[in-house]
Design a protein around this ligand. Structure first.
Ligand code: PAF
Length: 271
């Protein structure tokens, strides 16, 4: 990968990296399009990273669609696709060096998925070292991941600019996700309530409420009325360290995770 990139950047070309786990949808392709606007060389990695999956998570059944991914990436102007095997990335060594995330990795997604963010940050650090991009592009859909990557880049002095891209949605508001394919017809019918809940919480802020509990209640009421979700959390956070502000302010976000028909969905909206 480094040898190929050396050739591609011999004339000083700017490199963007779009890290993905494949099963690409329009949300990923929006990241590739954004990368192509700011860089000459767009490198896309496709790697289902075992380190970020817990023992009872969906590593084995995580969707893998390399042929259609490659075709879509060619169409969207990706220059080079990096699709390593787990063996190539980690070898057989089980005692390895990893990234220890900052404390807010233990909150929210981290509390439900212990070790997940250490796995994400470790693979992202490896990808940054392999590709050495000028800019790396991530979606706002995984907001806690984005904030943790920003923190890692600042704390460990990675010479890379992080670019964040808005979530792409279906016309009914459901955020695109590779896991949406797990939704059966009934779950799919209810799923847009997740975004509707976030919009309702934001509406409460837009109408003048700055009380976090009142804003969160407006969102939770939508999910309670829908009745199909088991809510893990719906909470106001600041994007820097995911602390819950005592007074809501523009720039804070509401993040939600909820289960529907055996599938866990996450989403967020910024005030
Ligand atoms: O967001 C993802 O798809 C993954 O967490 C990432 C950033 C590619 C690391 O494996």
């Amino acid at each position: 990968m480094r040898a190929r990139l050396r050739e591609l950047t011999a004339n000083g070309a700017r490199v963007a990296l779009v890290p993905t786990m494949g099963a690409l949808h329009e949300g990923h392709l929006a990241l590739v399009d954004a990368a192509a606007k700011v860089a000459d060389v767009v490198a896309v990695s496709i790697f289902v990273n075992p380190l970020q999956f817990g023992p009872n998570e969906d590593l084995a059944r995580y969707p893998r669609t390399p042929e259609s991914d490659s075709a879509a990436l060619t169409e969207h102007g990706a220059t080079i696709v990096f699709m390593p095997t787990a063996e190539e990335m980690y070898g057989a060594n089980t005692s390895r060096t990893t990234v220890t995330p900052p404390l807010f990795a233990a909150l929210l997604e981290g509390s439900v998925r212990p070790g997940h963010f250490a796995g994400v940050l470790t693979v992202v650090a490896k990808l940054f070292n392999i590709v050495q991009p000028d800019v790396a592009v991530f979606g706002r859909k995984d907001l806690q991941q984005l904030s943790l990557i920003r923190a890692m880049v600042a704390d460990l002095n990675f010479p890379v600019q992080i670019m964040a891209i808005d979530t792409v949605r279906e016309s009914d508001g459901l955020a695109l996700s590779s896991r949406n394919r797990y939704l059966d017809a009934d779950a799919r019918r209810h799923a847009p309530a997740l975004h509707a809940a976030l919009v309702s919480a934001k509406d409460a802020f837009d109408a003048g409420s700055t009380n976090p509990a009142a804003i969160e209640s407006a969102g939770k009421a939508v999910l309670a009325k829908d009745g199909a979700f088991e809510v893990d959390y719906l909470t106001l956070v600041n994007e820097t360290d995911f602390a819950r502000p005592s007074v809501a302010a523009k720039g804070d976000s509401i993040v939600v995770a909820a289960r529907i028909g055996g599938t866990r969905l996450i989403d967020n909206i910024q005030l």
